[in-house]
Design a protein around this ligand. Structure first.
Ligand SMILES: Cc1cc2nc3c(=O)[nH]c(=O)nc-3n(C[C@H](O)[C@H](O)[C@H](O)COP(=O)(O)OP(=O)(O)OC[C@H]3O[C@@H](n4cnc5c(N)ncnc54)[C@H](O)[C@@H]3O)c2cc1C
Length: 553
């Protein structure tokens, strides 16, 4: 941790050097003593310290300086660091001004020059002030800080990006934390530039896109090679498993994801049924382990990078990327899983990111401490999210159209929900509309049996109403079933279009799609089990078929 700062300000170079020397002699073990030769420089330094998250313990400023005077330096430093102690350095003739400033600039002390010997006239005063400051001071937040409005979809996008990519950060809601506005003022960030992301070195990204954040965090977004043996699209459990096996078996393997590693599993607060974790494991922990393992074994990893299309060129697969570039590979795995279906009730789309969230319960849950929330859906993902939210919210309403959770949710989750006093399951009910101004404030719930409506004051709605495959980016020659799930292996051969489209002399390999050398694994596949373990199993298996395909070509 960096040391708190003592700032000395004087336009007289000799006096400045003398105070700095005396203070360093005495305080350098516990404090960093820095200096400024004008009021303007001092205030710029104060803003910079704030943006970096450094602590400022004392400002000692000369009164008579050209430009900004000492009293103003102290008053304005106080706006940024209310706890920092303020000392005015005055000549004997200025003592009256100093006494007047005690009230106006809330001075803690004035020191008349010269202060020799410092042991008698300087250190006792500074010791006292530092003791008082230490007693009140709480460490400033260090590391990444994101400042914005809780109800802004852009803030949500960056929060979600950082959390999903396992980047630790501190969230400062400008409506709730007074320090947030001070930080913005210090860095001269205006309201239309929010959210603002502050880095430890004091630099700020204003209103960034996830891609800019990734670049600033030093995450590579360009592929290292021209050509790969295996490119895996989608870093959910299936893609991560394929990356581990592909890289460990010597294939030049690249894994990319448009959002973050982990996929749907990454948003799970607790996976209870994954082999080897008797007490369950959170999706983010499982993801962290898998990413580390894949990278250690040599898989290359690019995120956030979307694949928008694929074309086949003499057996090579050309992937078009969201940023306009292309990648070429000999084989490809489509592991893009599924996405949540959008809820069609009025008010839902307008409030998405501003109180309506799709599968973001783990990222957003702490914000809803002490509030009321609704979870729509009766599947395991809805159940897990409700359990997670119940640790923060005062009330969690699970809204389902069916008459119970029995047919859609695992028994262990139903039992947990029954034992949780602040979760209420509202069966045979649907959300008719969502209302609020700029953020969710109310939902109207309709009873399917009685046809009556009831308005509930809530702060958030978490939607888990089924999923759809993310297969739109694949070419038409990758055959799909009526719902858009990708056909592979035997299922592919059973499809009416197979004879027309498959022109190889061999049969498709298991997990191979209608395009030779393009494979699919996990939830995107027709007939998938929709489990972490099965996605991992398929992702691991596919590498064996990739080897077989490469041996044939
Ligand atoms: C909240 C929740 C809880 C769950 N709990 C459990 C549980 O306890 N036990 C269990 O067994 N299963 C659970 N599941 C199901 C399990 O998570 C899924 O079956 C599994 O994640 C599927 O893995 P996948 O790799 O096939 O796809 P996904 O996990 O869906 O990952 C697909 C990835 O592809 C990326 N992607 C999509 N399109 C593109 C594109 N065009 N370009 C680049 N990248 C793209 C996405 O960003 C995503 O990261 C849960 C699911 C949810 C949502």
């Amino acid at each position: 941790m960096t040391k708190p700062v003592i700032l000395v300000v004087d336009d007289d170079a000799q006096v400045l050097a003398a105070v700095r020397r005396d203070l360093r002699t005495r305080y350098r073990e516990s404090y960093t003593v820095i200096s400024a030769s004008s009021g303007e420089e001092a205030l710029a330094t104060v803003r910079e310290l704030k943006a970096r998250g450094d602590a400022l313990a004392i400002v000692i400023s000369d009164q008579r300086m050209p430009g900004i005077h000492g009293t103003e330096v102290l008053a304005r430093s106080r706006e940024v660091y209310p706890l920092a102690r303020r000392v005015l350095l005055t000549a004997y003739s200025d003592i009256d001004a100093a006494i007047k400033a005690i009230n106006e600039a809330h001075l803690d002390h004035y020191l008349s020059k010269p202060w020799d010997p410092p042991e008698e006239r300087l250190f006792p005063v500074v010791d006292d002030l530092l003791d008082a400051w230490q007693a009140e001071y709480l460490p400033e937040a260090k590391g990444l800080r994101l400042v914005g409005h809780q109800w802004s979809p852009r803030s949500h996008a960056i929060k979600d990006f950082l959390a999903s990519n396992l980047v630790p950060y501190r969230w400062l809601d400008i409506a709730r934390q007074p320090d947030a506005q001070i930080l913005l003022d210090a860095a001269e960030v205006s309201a239309d530039q929010l959210p603002a992301l502050f880095f430890e070195d004091g630099s700020v990204l204003r209103g960034p896109e996830p891609r800019q954040v990734a670049e600033r965090l030093g995450r590579p977004l360009s592929a290292a090679y021209q050509m790969y043996d295996l490119v895996i699209v989608g870093a959910g459990p299936a893609g991560l498993a394929a990356a581990v096996y592909g890289a460990s078996e010597g294939l030049r393997t690249l894994l990319l994801d448009e959002h973050a590693p982990g996929g749907q599993a990454g948003s799970s607060s607790r996976i209870e049924n994954y082999l080897g974790f008797p007490a369950g494991v959170s999706g983010s922990e499982l993801t962290r382990r898998a990413v580390t393992q894949a990278q250690r074994l040599g898989a290359e990893f690019l995120v956030p990078l979307e694949v928008t299309g694929v074309s086949i060129d003499a057996g090579y697969k050309r992937l078009s990327l969201g940023d306009g570039r292309e990648l070429v590979t000999r084989t490809m795995l489509a592991a893009t899983g599924m996405a949540y279906r959008e809820h069609s009730a009025p008010g839902v789309s307008e409030h998405t990111g501003a109180g309506v969230y799709y599968g973001a319960a783990t990222t957003e849950a702490p914000v809803f401490a002490g509030r009321r929330v609704v979870v729509i859906g009766g599947g395991n993902s809805a159940g897990q999210s409700a359990m997670h939210l119940s640790r923060y919210a005062t009330e969690v309403h699970i809204v389902v159209r069916r008459d119970s959770l029995r047919d859609t949710m695992s028994q262990y989750l139903i039992a947990q929900i029954e034992k949780t006093s602040n979760i209420r399951v509202r069966t045979r009910t649907e959300v008719e509309r969502v209302d609020g101004s700029g953020r969710v404030e109310r939902v109207t719930l309709t009873s399917l049996d009685e046809g009556t409506s009831q308005v509930e004051q809530v702060d958030a709605v978490f939607v888990f109403i089924g999923t759809k495959p993310r297969s739109d980016w694949l070419p038409a020659s990758v055959l799909r079933d009526a719902r858009g799930f990708v056909l592979t292996g035997r299922d592919l051969m059973a499809d009416a279009a197979y004879a027309r489209t498959w022109k190889e002399l061999r049969e498709p390999l298991s997990l191979e799609t209608g395009v030779p050398g393009v494979f699919a694994a996990g939830d995107i596949r027709a007939g998938a089990m929709n489990r972490v373990a099965s996605a991992v199993g398929e992702g691991s298996m596919v590498v064996r078929f990739v080897h077989e395909y490469l041996a044939l070509t």
